[in-house]
Design a protein around this ligand. Structure first.
Ligand code: SAH
Length: 401
């Protein structure tokens, strides 16, 4: 078996079980491992550290499978990781049949995403290691879930960095239907696993959509008036449906994607919500928010769930300005005692920086606001404590006072 020998000092992060090894940490490679091969990782003085998957084209040159020398990274080891990951999510089945079953590094399967939508599985192999064990992992997923149909959405940008071609198609079983109906906290949604974002749906926002529902219920009681709500970057309308189901009387939903809006409208109908209560805008949110202000509009509940503005650390400043811009605009539209749910899914922007940006927007808007909660992705997107890079989605619940 090939070996990676690290430079002096570079063993420290591995001793803390951090799973990533960059090319710059490697002193030399013994043998000639191919993409995805399992390698032994050793310190400069020969001490065994980890089993890792080798990825020759990526600067993230290896990702650790295991820190236990007695492990053998074979089909049965992988199947055990898959079974454990699936078992840890069993309690979520009651809340929803849209669940992330495997979340890469967090589940000791670096680069593997597996999502369940009813009886359909959707996978992404985002690193050379899991790609190299594709068949074993697919077998394990089918065995652990009893789902026969698996669709492969390995078409994300990360594959390019790993030197892997994009894959988009059936991996096991039959073609998925055009749309799959899922349920989430008693509401329903259509998911397009072929053409939708990520694997089709933002599973990570499940608990925050449920919070939006609860806020609408609360606001109806507290404010005792008809509620107007605004959902920015609405995608397929998950937050819109939740807010309306909770009692928001009027819902304005904005997204730049016509496809997303088309599915959002179907989701509105699927939940039996009144057509007259919905207003849809295909628009750029940055401009739409300014127009709404010029029109003198006000909202009791506002959701801001934009796409990732900072793709990496290089984009933090520009992204911070963009987050500030939309939060400032939204706060100016927020009614007294109204609620703002604001999110960032940029891993490069930490929760403290995000809070600072939003605080800046509150100050510039000249309003008073309380932060009621900090928010994160659901429990099926856990953060492995040795891998802080896995943290990405953060949000704040504010109330204007
Ligand atoms: N809140 C959604 C997920 C939002 S994803 C949910 O719970 O499902 C982000 C969305 O922002 C995508 O649908 C994308 O089409 C949209 N988007 C990206 N840039 C935009 C812009 N400048 N204006 C409006 N929508 C935009």
């Amino acid at each position: 078996m090939a070996e990676l020998v690290l430079k002096p000092g570079k063993e420290r992060s591995l001793l803390r079980r951090h799973p990533w090894i960059y090319d710059t940490a490697i002193g030399r490679v013994k043998g000639s491992p191919a993409s995805g091969d399992t390698v032994a990782v050793r310190s400069h003085d020969g001490k065994w550290l980890a089993w890792a998957a080798y990825s020759p084209s990526s600067t993230l040159r290896a990702r650790c499978w295991s820190f236990d020398e007695s492990d053998r990274i074979d089909a049965s080891w992988l199947a055990a990781r898959v079974r454990a990951a699936v078992a840890r999510r069993a309690h979520l089945a009651e809340a929803s049949d849209a669940v992330r079953l495997v979340f890469g590094e967090a589940d000791a399967l670096p680069g593997l995403i597996a999502d369940r939508y009813a009886d359909q599985l959707v996978v992404q192999f985002q690193a050379a290691g899991v790609e190299g064990h594709r068949d074993a992992l697919l077998d394990a997923l089918v065995a652990a879930t009893g789902c026969a149909n698996v669709f492969d959405r390995s078409d994300s940008a990360g594959r390019v960095r790993e030197g892997l071609p994009a894959v988009h198609g059936v991996a096991r079983g039959a073609e998925p239907p055009l749309r799959i109906a899922i349920h989430e906290h008693g509401r329903r949604a259509w998911v397009d696993v072929r053409g939708g974002h990520k694997t089709g749906y933002y599973i990570d926002q499940r608990e925050n959509r449920e919070l939006a529902f609860a806020l609408a219920v609360r606001a109806r009681r507290q404010l005792g008036r008809d509620l107007g709500a605004l959902n920015c970057f609405c995608y397929t309308g998950g937050f819109s449906v939740a807010l309306a189901a909770g009692g928001a009387n009027h819902l304005l939903s904005i997204d730049s994607s016509a496809d997303a809006l088309a599915l959002a409208k179907m989701n509105w109908q699927l939940n039996g919500l009144p057509e007259a209560a919905a207003e849809w805008q295909a628009a750029n949110v940055f401009e739409a928010l300014r127009r709404l202000r010029a029109d003198g509009r006000r909202f009791d509940l506002i959701v801001l769930d934009p796409p990732k503005f900072a793709a990496s650390h290089h984009h933090v400043d520009r992204a911070a300005r963009a987050y500030k811009d939309i939060n400032l605009s939204a706060l100016r539209l927020l009614a007294h005692e109204g609620y703002l749910l604001t999110f960032s899914c940029s891993g490069a922007i930490g929760v403290e920086l995000f809070q600072k940006i939003v605080a800046g927007a509150v100050a510039d808007a000249g309003v008073e606001a309380q932060m009621l909660r900090r928010l994160a992705a659901g429990e099926d997107h856990p953060l492995r404590m040795s891998h802080p890079e896995g943290e990405y989605l953060k949000g704040l619940l504010l109330q204007r006072v």
